[in-house]
Design a binder for this molecule. Sequence first.
Ligand code: CS2
Ligand code: MG
Length: 402
Amino acid sequence: MRITEAEVIVCSPGRNFVTLKITTDDGVSGIGDATLNGRELAVAGYLTEHIVPLLIGRDAAAIEDTWQYLYHGAYWRRGPVTMSALSAVDMALWDIKGKALGVPVHQLLGGPSREAVLVYGHANGADIEETVAAVGRYLAMGYRAVRAQTGVPGLRGVYGVGRGELYYEPAEKGLPSEERWSTEKYLNVVPELFRVLRETYGHDVHLLHDGHHRMTPIQAAWLGQRLEDSRLFWLEDATPAEHQQSFRQLRSHTTTPLAVGEIFNSVHDCSTLIAEQLIDYIRTPPARAGGITGVRKIAGFAEVYGVRTGFHGATDLSPVAMAAALQVDLAIPNFGIQEYMRHTAETDAVFPHEYTFAEGFLHPGTAAGLGVEIDEEAAARYPYERAYLPVNRLEDGTVHPW
Ligand code: CS2
Ligand code: MG
């Protein structure tokens, strides 16, 4: 089965997406998500100019060899642009293999290890009261796990708050907006938020929180200690993880479970975190790590150390990325949870898919391949418009992780 065509489709049904479609001489085609929020055309260009010429004529069935060829062949390996492009190629080839064999991809990964995939939603509000009410709405929708993010008195724009009830889209058309941040003001609020949430909803629901890379290790340790009685499912991105060793300090101070990895793109970014059991969940999804082939390397390594997965699944990962993640979620033994930020109706119309939500779980469906398609005519109705993620600054103007 030879690759005869590879097409990069850029569209913007409410937000920008980049999709790679690979077609073979048997007429079977597969798709992969290549969206990198705020840098979409960098990946589209990498694919079009440097990857597509290498794909034509290759054996579509040789997935691992293609992965190694594109990973090592670049020489300048790793990095979000390179690995987002490789991720799209890999997802598309697994999609083709599943379709050619007439089975959903998880059947090629050892078959199902569970019936369905536990997911978490995103509740947010301008203050504790609003956020507690929003969590209640998610529980009423059947979610068994909810992430809670609240506004902070004295701060205007805060990560994770105020982008709508079901959809949280941080990227904005035009030049980057600027936000102001104070970790001290943030730390005044978060322990109380989760105390009230536990008082209101008890301990039978999973609660999660995203620190979004903003605390120093010792600030994160302080917060982790004060969240222990609230028994979070996880505290995510508590401190910037480029410096993996900083998690030794954090881990030594708190038993609050830790998750990290949505901005990683290879097992090398998290090998210390996993091997020293400094984290409980690794978040690097198929869209970042080199597709299904890439995350299998990370998940297999993590299994040895008792670290579970919790793949990133925000709105800027398309339904194609979600479908690919669900195939892996269903099969691997050390699955933890799947993030599920819903997409808008216009996005879902461009990417019709099999997966469905029911009572707190996603069910990937039985379609062969990944279980998702792209409606190219619908996609053409939504032209790309450059958009950027916000830039964050401390109150004195110093740039700070967003
Ligand atoms: C967040 C994301 O979902 C999450 O955990 O970290 O919303 C993240 O901010 C976006 O994916 C960035 O594009
Ligand atoms: Mg996050």
